[in-house]
Design a protein around this ligand. Structure first.
Ligand SMILES: *Cc1c(COP(=O)(O)O)cnc(C)c1O
Length: 447
């Protein structure tokens, strides 16, 4: 794991000492090194620029969706994916250019589609026939055409955690290829006066370490596009191969650099498109985790400790499963250090646990750490993706603040929730004075 230190050997993030950030902003705290976010975005772009392939890097904002993050994406001139009205609303509030937004989802509501059309989102990634029906209805009176991509389930599964696999045939996402549903969708959209088909989309999974799945999906989608060209005379503009490029969470993880995936995709595009009598489409990628994951740090303060003879010690911090659900949800692994001496030799392996009322509230099961004391600041690395965005208020704990750091300067970009925030939507309950008649109620066994 790479991290930076100052001359006293303390952990620094974006040029600021981690324990200084804690002094200013308290814990638990999410910290992002904005320079690392920009660096990764630019590395993705560079591969396409060097290869001379038209492209869009579309940040999958479900990994971390805040106004400040959409502002960074805007400044870096990339696209973003949104998957809900809430993400779209946040992007709008950030002034993100709507023509660079792609709207995803397997069950977009009519209200969400209406919001997307009103906002003028660049591309809707159509997932199913129900969505096509809703679009028909909403666009009846529209002038102009809405750009769409067809999402397909490509029948290619990436070798990764089962819950993270979305590309195989038995999936809730996308039109099925084998049974001809995707062809039917293409035919229907091409005949639609209000829709403009740009091309095709697939996303094969997450936290993928090998390029083979991306080579296979690129080849498969190209074949489908060529089939649509021959069948319908369609000229494809966009080949969207999704995201899912893996990152290292522990020393055992050994992924390729994220750019290597893009290189493999571009190479496959060039070698597999010979003989097509339509021009090369633009390649769109949708990295989420690889852009924000390694740029994010979670900072906690050590509190209680439990030692039982013959068992591993428990060291508890002031956060846990509500600010990072991934260990409990996916058995995700992380790496932690003590912020003021991150290079100190570990002297014990501990269960690094949170403060929540669940035995499964374990951040790192066997964390090698030097001796820790109450008040020490512990940093968990690579928490920038699916940490804050999956955070909850479990046990009625306020969600942490988020700080962006760049060039030695720290800026609060999400304030820490307060107890007042926790109850702001609660309403008092007043029991009705007379009980409702129960004569018409029948009790039915649940199952
Ligand atoms: C989640 C998702 C992504 C991003 O995946 P990462 O693993 O964060 O890179 C991209 N595209 C689609 C359609 C997704 O659902």
């Amino acid at each position: 794991m790479n991290f930076a230190t100052n001359h006293e050997g303390q952990l620094t993030i974006g040029g600021v000492v981690a324990s200084q950030l804690v002094h200013t902003f308290q814990t638990p705290l999410y910290v992002y090194d904005v320079g690392a976010i920009r660096h990764q975005i630019r590395a993705f772009k560079q591969v396409f620029e060097t290869a001379g392939v038209a492209y869009a890097v579309s940040y999958a904002s479900k990994a971390f969706a805040t106004i400040a993050m959409y502002e960074v994406a805007k400044a870096e001139a990339i696209h973003v994916d949104v998957v809900s009205g809430g993400e779209l609303y946040t992007a709008q509030a950030a002034g993100f250019p709507m023509d660079k937004v792609s709207f995803h989802g397997n069950n977009k509501s009519k209200a969400e589609l209406e919001q997307a059309l009103d906002a003028g989102v660049g591309t809707i990634i159509v997932d199913n026939f129900h969505e096509l029906d809703l679009l028909d209805e909403l666009l009846k009176a529209a002038v102009g055409k809405q750009n769409v991509l067809i999402r397909v389930a490509p029948g290619i599964s990436a070798h990764t955690h089962a819950y993270d696999q979305t590309g195989q045939t038995d999936s809730k996402f996308g039109f099925d290829l084998e049974s001809g549903q995707a062809d039917e969708a293409a035919k229907r959209i091409l005949a639609d006066d209000h829709l403009n088909l740009l091309g095709i989309h697939a996303h094969i999974g997450s936290q993928i370490f090998e390029v083979a799945g991306f080579e296979a999906v690129t080849q498969k989608l190209l074949a489908v596009l060529d089939h649509w060209h021959q069948q319908f005379g369609f000229i494809p503009k966009v080949l969207n191969v999704g995201g899912g490029f893996g990152i290292a969470y522990t020393k055992q993880d050994d992924p390729l650099p994220p750019e290597a995936f893009v290189q493999a995709i571009v190479t496959t595009l060039k070698t597999q498109s010979h003989g097509f009598n339509w021009p090369l489409p633009a390649v769109w990628i949708e990295p989420g985790r690889s852009i924000v994951g390694p740029a994010g740090y979670s900072l906690y303060t050590v509190g209680s400790r439990k030692d039982v003879p013959g068992l591993r010690p428990y060291v508890a911090v002031d956060g846990g499963m509500s600010d990072n659900i991934r260990p409990a949800l996916y058995q995700a692994q992380y790496t932690a250090v003590v912020a003021d001496h991150p290079t100190a030799q570990p002297t014990e392996r501990v269960h690094l646990v949170g403060k929540y009322c669940e035995s499964g509230d374990i951040l790192i099961d066997y964390a090698p750490l030097p001796a820790t004391h109450p008040g020490d600041v512990v940093a968990v690395f690579d928490t920038g993706a699916y940490g804050y965005s999956m955070a909850s208020n479990y046990n009625r704990n306020p969600r942490p603040a988020v700080v962006f750091v760049e060039n030695g300067q720290a800026q609060l970009v999400v304030t820490r929730e307060t107890y007042a925030d926790l109850i702001q939507h609660d309403q008092h309950y007043t029991a009705p004075s007379q009980s409702a008649p129960t004569s018409t109620a029948t009790t039915v066994a649940k199952k």
